[in-house]
Design a protein around this ligand. Structure first.
Ligand code: MIC
Ligand code: SF4
Length: 640
């Protein structure tokens, strides 16, 4: 039986388990990436594992999230990260060099390699045929230490692309269409593999745009074949030696298939507050716009910004619109500053930001009260922009630029002939990437006062008891659990401080209630913890004494982060119990250690006086990790 690309990639890196969907497997990791907002913890964790030097083929530490230096914290973190990179043998991409996913795609991603990154959009590198997976910092630290990465063998989904994109539609419209069909839960424990005659005409940044937003489907990863376009891209990046052809066998088997006729696609838009709330742009045309943001790790490539400049040519941004543009990398900035694009953007009134995540994660440019903000980024969760009542819509660069000029949501197909952008070379160098010294053992790690020691989890107790501290609905994001933004992100290295912001927008009293109760339980709906890889969404609850989260279902990375820090992820076996279990109810689980040997765990709702049967879904290895009180304790016991 023929194999898919995903199975070839997994098969060539498999160190444990069998490739049967749902079974736990372990794969060897070739490359890792971290970014600054998750990186400090990841390197503190790597230090705690006690291996002196990374054992991967390549590890890169990027600085791209925490760039506003309103106080000392972020600069202190950057200093620590630079030292940690030198000490542990990691390349350091300096602040200003760009967003991790864009830079990694340009300079390091390679067909056939595995990449584990402490950022949920790591699958961007799947655009070049890497098997790229997002994970919590501790999983990445373990991979840097040379341990394999464990995951549930995903189902492989074939997304066949047919034909060519019509003028004015682009890769963003493709993935928005996929999100419309499959929703933010549609990719859970799946790898989305793209195929079909429509692939050839998509550039590498376009493919990467699509694999990037596989994260919004909740997918484990997304991958494209590696073909002549991949070779050309790598050649233009001066690294044709990294090319390897990668394609599915003709008779490859898939667990699920979907067809997308590119010729029939129209410009699409995700309405507030979910990336799967997708409509045609033409359905919402005319809505007044207050802000347009073109940037983030999607649609911040040179081709995107050249398209934008050509739309803005000879025009000025509408009077009531603030247009902000953040190039994805220094390479992109160099390209657009050399060919007149940057001048065109500035001339039209765009506000240019540094090459970083910026507004995508609420780091600057928070929109005005109740604003409509049109963004080319990938997430439009409530409050993420920094303004709680702002309404964020996700669109392509074409739709964003057309709307910035018109002042209202505009279908770019109104603009006449679509620009044709050809890119024949990239200014490829690694001048802003510091290579670690051969021997880093004497490099001092400078820890600013905001960098606090790692929190410790203790071994799992046989009896856990407490109150339901909070009950939330479906699709709760990690932005709800542990908000980001310019004010909170600088606290990423300081768990006691950042914990004060846990669930703040959902329930401002949560922190005090959890502290007073000395911990307890959280009850969630379906897809609990979707979104980012931030392990702070587990570390803050751990700090507050949360013992278990009981939900209808979990997003993959967050579930893993809970286990990694010794918080039990349990699911309802009967969804009626979700309705019955209210905030404030007292729960007890007795004989837990023995119960984990079974598939289900019996809990008692002491307030309602009834038994609740819950599933733990833990593999044997995960059960051991839980019992030890998390992955660090387990690894410390010499287990992996
Ligand atoms: C995001 O887009 O939400 C982030 C910020 O990049 C996160 C990582 C983090 O919270 O530091 C992600 O996607 O994993
Ligand atoms: Fe940065 Fe936004 Fe991409 Fe996350 S989604 S890595 S915050 S640009």
């Amino acid at each position: 039986m023929g194999r898919s690309i995903a199975k070839k990639l997994i098969g060539s890196h498999l160190v444990d388990g069998i490739m049967v969907p749902g079974e736990e497997i372990a794969i060897r990791i070739d490359q890792t990436l971290t970014q600054d907002a998750t990186g400090t913890m990841a390197y503190l964790e790597f230090e705690a594992i006690g291996i002196p030097r990374v054992r991967t083929e390549l590890s890169v530490s990027y600085v791209d999230h925490n760039m506003l230096q309103a106080s000392f914290e972020n600069a202190d973190d950057h200093k620590f990260l630079q030292g940690a990179a030198a000490r542990f043998g990691v390349r350091y991409s300096r602040p200003g060099n760009g967003i991790c996913h864009q830079v990694h795609l340009e300079r390091f991603a390679a067909p056939g390699k595995t990449l584990l990154g402490s950022d949920s959009h790591t699958p961007t590198a799947g655009g070049l045929g890497s098997l790229a997976i997002g994970a919590g910092g501790l999983d990445v630290a373990m991979a840097m230490a040379g341990f394999p990465f464990h995951l549930a063998m995903p189902k492989i989904v074939n997304i066949r692309l047919h034909g060519n994109l019509p003028p004015w539609t682009s890769a963003k419209d493709v993935i928005l269409e996929v999100l419309r069909r499959l929703t933010v839960r549609g990719g859970l424990n799946k790898i989305m593999e793209y195929s079909g005659d429509g692939v050839a005409a998509l550039s590498i940044p376009q493919r990467a745009m699509i694999t990037n937003m596989g994260a919004e489907l909740g997918a484990t990863s997304s991958v494209f074949p590696s073909d002549a376009t991949s070779r050309d891209f790598l050649r233009m990046q001066d690294r044709e030696h990294d090319f390897a052809r990668l394609e599915a066998d003709r008779d490859a088997e898939y667990d699920e298939s979907h067809d997308i006729r590119l010729d029939e696609l129209e410009p699409m838009i995700a309405l507030p507050h979910s990336p799967d709330n997708v409509r045609k742009v033409s359905d919402v045309e005319g809505t007044k716009v207050d802000q347009v943001f073109i940037g983030s790790c999607t649609n911040s490539s040179a081709a995107d910004l050249m398209t934008v400049a050509s739309i803005l040519k000879g025009k000025t941004v509408a009077p009531d619109v603030s247009l902000v543009v953040a190039p994805g990398s220094l390479q992109v900035l160099r390209m657009i500053s050399g060919d007149g694009t940057l001048h065109g953007l500035v001339r039209a009134g765009a506000r240019i930001l540094e090459c970083a995540c910026g507004p995508c994660v609420g780091v600057g440019q928070a929109p005005m009260t109740s604003a409509v903000s049109l963004r080319t980024s990938n997430r439009n969760f409530e409050g993420r922009s920094g303004t709680q009542d702002a309404k964020v819509y996700l669109v392509s660069a074409e739709t964003a630029a057309a709307s910035a000029v018109a002042g209202v949501i505009t279908d770019p197909r109104k603009l006449g002939m679509a620009p044709v952008i050809e890119i024949s070379s990239f200014p490829a160098d690694d001048d802003m990437i510091i290579t670690p010294p051969e021997d880093g053992k004497d490099v001092e790690l400078v820890r600013g006062p905001n960098i606090k020691p790692l929190p410790k989890a203790s071994a799992l107790k046989d009896v856990i008891k407490g109150f339901v501290l909070l009950k939330v609905g479906d699709n709760i994001t990690t932005d709800h659990i542990m908000p980001a933004g310019a004010k909170v992100l600088p606290l990423r290295s300081n768990i006691p401080e950042i914990a004060k912001h846990c669930f703040k927008a959902v329930d401002p009293d949560f922190y005090e209630r959890a502290r007073t109760a000395g911990g307890g339980f959280i009850v969630g709906g379906a897809n609990y913890g979707q979104g980012s890889s931030r392990e702070h969404a587990a570390l803050a609850p751990l700090h507050l004494g949360v013992k278990a989260v009981i939900a209808k279902s979990f997003a993959r990375i967050h579930r893993q982060n809970l286990i990694n820090f010794g918080i039990l992820p349990l699911t309802f076996t009967d969804e009626n119990d979700y309705d019955a279990l209210e905030q404030g109810h007292e729960l007890a689980i007795e004989g837990l250690l023995g119960q984990l040997g079974e598939k289900t765990v019996e809990a008692y709702d002491l307030t309602a006086g009834k038994k609740v049967v819950l599933a733990h879904g833990l593999s044997d290895r995960e059960t051991d990790v839980m019992k030890a009180g998390g992955l660090l304790n387990w690894a410390g016991a010499g287990r992996p």
